[in-house]
Design a binder for this molecule. Structure first.
Ligand code: URA
Length: 278
């Protein structure tokens, strides 16, 4: 258990490092606040979610689908398997109506050999335009979260459940989730990360095949079901979607997201980074 002074020093160091205060209240030190009573955490987040504009109803999980199991690949093999999947199946995919309105597909990016994969929901307008995941406002916050963990975007892999933007950022439909499902599972089978962080409800519900919501599941270790051969048992940490954190930028929500990421850091043996001396 870290001493509170050590944690305070870590948080200050991260603030210097990433120039961000997403994990701290703007004017107060969360470490001096009383520990919430059992149950208050979920109640607080539920109140925060209720106060935030409700963007989307919950997406249903896609049904299980048998997928091929690639052999454990070398780092180079993983890179070329991902490139082949993108070129052969994703970039020209026409399995659902989203191909009619997208500018381009957004396959995902990062280190094909990453220990850590973040799974979001679907590209938005910025991602559709640039062809890269999480490059809009929510993406900027995700980048800060990754930096606070002592990593860079290039050292993790970032994907979405859907590879095409739903028009107007509407909810993904069931047939769209189903059409993209085998791509996501094959991406994960190729990368074989040690930990998957699901961002928000749709990716959490799809990958864990649960109807439980993010407020209940966040901050608790889950394991990937056997629905994806070769992936069963992979550790999953559900946390809030960065877009939710930007909309609901309270000390509590930021503190909860940071606490979830610290559990991931501990699992991966990552130390909180220290800023370089001027
Ligand atoms: N939201 C997502 O879930 N994914 C993105 O790539 C951008 C916003």
């Amino acid at each position: 258990m870290n001493h509170p002074i050590d944690i305070a020093q870590q948080l200050l160091a991260i603030e210097q490092l990433v120039g961000a205060d997403w994990y701290l209240p703007r004017n107060r030190n969360p470490l001096s606040e009383p520990t919430p009573a059992p149950g208050a955490r979920a109640a607080g987040a539920a109140a925060a979610m209720a106060a935030a504009p409700q963007r989307r109803p919950l997406a249903p999980p896609p049904p299980p689908e048998p997928v091929e199991i690639p052999a454990e690949l070398s780092p180079e093999g993983k890179a070329s398997a991902l490139a082949a999947l993108n070129n052969d199946e994703v970039s020209s995919c026409a399995k659902c109506v989203l191909c009619q309105t997208r500018t381009q597909t957004v396959f995902g990016e990062g280190d094909p050999n990453a220990d850590l994969v973040f799974v979001g929901e679907a590209p938005g307008a910025d991602e559709d335009e640039q062809g890269k995941p999480f490059v809009g406002k929510g993406g900027q916050l995700l980048t800060k979260m990754i930096t606070a963990m002592g990593l860079s975007r290039e050292e993790v892999f970032i994907v979405n459940t859907l590879k095409c933007r739903p028009p107007g950022n509407r909810d993904p439909k069931r047939d769209e989730l189903e059409a993209c499902w085998s791509i996501l599972t094959r991406q994960l089978q190729i990368i074989r990360p040690k930990v998957i962080v699901t961002l928000g409800n749709p990716s959490t519900r799809s990958l864990l095949q649960t109807q439980a919501g993010i407020t209940k599941l966040r901050g608790t270790w889950q394991t990937l079901p056997d629905h994806a051969p070769g992936l069963g048992g992979t550790k999953v940490m559900p946390t809030f979607h960065p877009s939710f954190v930007t909309r609901c930028y309270t000390a509590e929500v930021r503190g909860q997201a940071w606490s979830d990421l610290q559990m991931v850091m501990e699992e991966l043996g990552l130390k909180t980074p220290t800023p370089k001396k001027e």
